[in-house]
Design a protein around this ligand. Structure first.
Ligand code: MN
Length: 497
């Protein structure tokens, strides 16, 4: 679906979910301004049990002049668009409409809708609307107050950007022109005095685990961003390395996760905690997630929530092995020898796109990576858009350059950002093709346990290998230990007799 399709209608109502949050209001407002810009009749509404009371949202509506209306009944003449939610779902009041469209970033609950755009991998619906503007070549800056609204929508849905994970979310955050002073006011109007008391009560009940130095804190029901506030405070304690703060909502458990040690990424721990019961994700140090009540009851009918979180975190800590490349010794005779196949890959000499010594942030679907541009550093681009640095000497030894143009189709094309100027470019236009010379040999072992590897390249960030992935080491450099994802391994390597 693209946004121009809405312009076929003259009468449009945009509906946010009940008890709208900053993201629903922002994405609804952005669509409202776009449709208004094209001189159509448009309304922005929400319904449900109660009207908005949160201080930050009231300020947002006032300062950005958002004409959102609270309704209990609705007459929709032509088109109804639900944003940040799906028509027919439990969190949005259902009104009759001749035609319905959906724009959302939650797990899909609807089928067979023609006007429907759902991208559950995005951190906010604001990101989705922003991306849809970009896809039709519409400049979002033409719409008054919309850039600031979208920025704040993403800010709200990702716990102040702390739990941001998809590169498109980061692109919105880094490129949109927002009003800084207003965001600062909104960001500092989150709590009521009652919320402050809720945080205090929760902190008194903190449970601390000595073996792994984590804390579990149950809070009374509260707004999700209070959970982040409580966990940030708990993390200040010297014996707390990771923590989880959670509270009950109408349909499940909302939780926030923090980590300050390099061996545990908070996003990974969040996804482990929610495994099979919901979803979790975010950032290395800050993450969050949700567990559905009905799934929890079905799987753990006799378990209380404290016990569940305690078991899950303990079993998370027991679930992985950690390898520090520079001190680890792998004995090659227990491993199998493989050769790299002759498939064209992309590469970009870092000094051809940025000046020497420029600190760069390479953004890929798998995450951000920090390197420095130099004549000696090349960036390789893999089959799925994964990118990684390689020393020129090693590159020259392992690949030969080929004339064909390099092309890549992937969910996200890797980008490089100059950390000094903030300029960000797609790597694809600069990429050239190369083919392995055939004398790249590695030794591998299939993993039977989750393994975290601190590579020689980056001693601060681990690569995670899951059961079925491969632990690999280069024949010509046995300190270069890393992880190869199962299907990438099979696509790129072949066994040697
Ligand atoms: Mn949202």
């Amino acid at each position: 679906m693209n946004l121009k399709q809405f312009l076929d209608y003259d009468n449009i109502v945009i509906q946010c979910h009940d008890i709208p949050d900053g993201d629903a209001i922002a994405s609804g407002f952005a669509l409202y301004q776009y449709i208004k810009f094209h001189n159509k009749d448009v309304r922005l509404v929400y319904s449900g049990r109660m009207e908005i009371t949160k201080p930050n949202l009231l300020l947002m509506i006032e300062h950005l002049k958002i004409p959102i209306e609270y309704v209990v009944e609705l007459y929709c003449k032509e088109l109804l668009i639900t944003v940040d939610c799906q028509y027919g779902a439990g969190n949005v009041t259902m009104f009759d409409a001749p035609t319905v469209a959906i724009i959302d970033h939650h797990q899909s609950e609807v089928k067979n809708m023609t006007l429907c755009e759902i991208r559950p991998y995005l951190g906010s619906c604001s990101t989705l609307v922003w991306k849809m503007f970009e896809e039709i070549g519409f400049d979002v800056n033409l719409l008054e107050n919309v850039p600031t609204a979208l920025y704040y929508g993403l800010y709200c849905d990702t716990n102040s950007f702390a739990e941001i994970s998809h590169p498109l979310d980061k692109d919105l955050r880094d490129t949109v022109k927002y009003i800084h002073s207003l965001i600062k006011i909104l960001a500092n109007s989150n709590l009521t005095l009652f919320d402050l008391e809720t945080a205090g009560v929760a902190l008194i009940r903190a449970m601390h685990n000595k073996r792994d130095n984590f804390a579990i804190i149950k809070s009374n029901p509260c707004d999700p961003n209070i959970l982040g506030f409580i966990s940030d405070l708990a993390m200040q304690v010297n014996t707390i390395n990771t923590c989880i703060v959670y509270s009950q909502t109408d349909d499940g458990l909302k939780f926030s996760v923090r980590s300050c040690i390099r061996e545990v990424n908070a996003n990974e721990m969040a996804s482990y905690i929610a495994k099979d019961l919901g979803s979790g994700g975010g950032h290395k140090e800050k993450a969050g997630g949700f567990i559905f009540a009905h799934k929890f009851e079905e799987k753990h009918p006799n378990l209380n929530t404290e016990a569940y979180f305690l078991n899950q975190i303990r079993s998370y800590y027991d679930s992985f092995e950690t390898i520090y490349s520079h001190t680890h010794h792998l004995s090659l005779d227990t491993l199998e020898r493989y050769r790299k196949k002759h498939i064209p890959l992309g590469y970009v000499p870092s000094s051809e796109i940025f000046d020497k010594n420029t600190p760069l942030l390479i953004r890929t679907l798998e995450g951000d990576m920090n390197i420095e541009a130099s004549e000696d550093t090349y960036i390789m681009i893999g089959l799925k858009g994964e990118a990684y640095p390689i020393k020129k000497e090693k590159f020259m030894h392992s690949y030969k350059l080929v004339a064909e143009t390099y092309d890549l189709v992937a969910e996200y094309i890797p980008r490089a950002k100059n950390k000094i100027t903030g300029d960000s470019i797609e790597l694809l236009p600069y990429a050239k093709s190369c083919i392995a010379t055939g004398d790249v040999y590695i030794y591998v072992k299939q993993l039977t346990q989750q393994t975290k590897v601190f590579t020689a390249w980056d001693t601060e960030t681990y690569m995670t290998g899951h059961v079925g992935d491969y632990l690999a080491v280069r024949e010509d450099d046995t300190s270069d230990i890393y992880i190869l994802e199962n299907n990438i391994f099979h696509l790129t390597y072949e066994k040697v007799k």
